[in-house]
Design a protein around this ligand. Sequence first.
Ligand code: F6P
Length: 192
Amino acid sequence: PRSVLFSRHGESLYNLDQRLGGDPSLSPNGRKYAEALPGLISRLLGDEPLTIWTSTLKRTAETAAGLPYKKLQWKALDELEAGLCDGLTYEDVEREYPEEYAMRDENKFEFRYRGGESYRDVVLRLEPVIMELERQQNIMIISHQAVLRCIYAYFLDIGPEELPYLKIPLHTVMKLTWTAYGCDIQMYKIDI
Ligand code: F6P
């Protein structure tokens, strides 16, 4: 059986007040997750080799920093671009752009932020990442909530209605393993 590991970056300074996008560093709790991650991964893998794929944003690089493996950055793993709403909180968006806020609620998969992306856009830009992933062994992806929803939905065959609402918790490593019967998921949460 083949497997892939996934994790969101550790909690960021923007996660603390539910701010969208940006390029923040990890919060103190996020740093604790980054520090605990190497221990968990070595327990899971033993001496197996691993290559870590991150986005080009600071919070994923900081999360991967202590992991003693080869690393590769993909721009295609960057978080869904919120355009005009980048750096705002959900409350700001609701107040300043009520129409967009309502539209997103109506069809979250298709909604494209002004100057930014939709979930559909992210699915499309992930195509080369997924093709490469299918050809590789021993990969861990450290990326972002929206991006991991898209990758997870691809492998588990989840449709566009459910995809944007999938729960991809912080401080949890997810392991997807392909068996003869389908895809098995294990979750390893690190309590901070
Ligand atoms: O809150 C963290 C975050 O990764 C934001 O940067 C991003 O805009 C958001 O999640 C995506 O989630 P949703 O599509 O549910 O707003």
